[in-house]
Design a protein around this ligand. Structure first.
Ligand code: O7M
Length: 213
């Protein structure tokens, strides 16, 4: 994954045609495309391979199972062309390590989640989840743009590992705040794909990001 635009599109649309349309309009401003269950269930897993021809694809399956099942899921995602996967850490270090082995280190671990409910269960253990991600050899963590101060806290725990940060736009966070707090990449979904002009929305974010760098 390039580290140039620092922008990752969360492509949570539910048709292949819409996915292609949004990617065509925004791809010049992106380093990667993150896909999640809505698109994979709607378009089928071949969408991973198709999009991987355009940009690096991060498979956000929020993998959270026993090590063997985690390994099988990662092998399917990587075998179809995913450059990285996203897993949960609460299932334990052995489960995260299974992802790290199967995806050759290209794993991001969810820590404190960005939505209000993220404060209920994930926030109190987020520091430990970040430490676990580091111990397991993951590439990075997912941390909330809605609470930039938490990005700064988690950065202290993981050192130079990468932080990808959702919650910008529709959830109320600002790209520049998250970057200043220590995020490496911003993840944006609805702010781009629900915009009447996805190219303009992505360009606007790219400009905001560039000003901070
Ligand atoms: O910009 P949005 O709010 O439309 O989309 C945000 C995307 O980031 C969406 O795909 C979520 O599933 C994802 N996300 C969060 O919003 N909050 C989190 O705490 C974690 C994620 C995520 O990407 O986890 C890997």
């Amino acid at each position: 994954m390039e580290k140039r635009r620092r922008l990752i599109l969360a492509l949570d649309v539910t048709s292949r045609a819409e996915a292609k349309r949004v990617v065509d309009l925004s791809k010049d401003y992106l380093d990667a495309i993150k896909i999640n269950w809505p698109l994979i269930l709607a378009a089928g897993p071949d969408i991973i391979t198709e999009l991987a021809e355009v940009k690096d694809v991060i498979c956000d399956l929020k993998i959270a199972d026993i090590p063997n099942t985690n390994r099988l899921i990662c092998e399917q995602a990587v075998g179809r062309g995913a450059s990285a996967v996203i897993c949960h850490g609460f299932v334990g270090e052995d489960s995260v390590k299974a992802c790290v082995e199967a995806a050759k280190g290209q794993v991001f671990v969810v820590t404190e989640m960005s939505h209000p409910g993220g404060k209920q269960f994930t926030a109190p253990v987020a520091d430990r989840l970040a430490a676990l991600a580091k111990a397991a050899g993951a590439r990075g963590i997912v941390a909330p743009a809605t609470r930039p101060e938490r990005i700064a806290d988690l950065r202290k725990i993981i050192g130079s590992m990468e932080i990808i940060s959702p919650g910008v736009g529709a959830q109320g966070g600002k790209a520049s705040d998250a970057l200043r707090a220590g995020a490496d990449y911003i993840i944006v979904g609805r702010g781009i794909y629900e915009s009447p002009d996805p190219a303009k929305a992505a360009r606007g974010l790219a400009e905001e990001i560039e000003e901070v760098l």
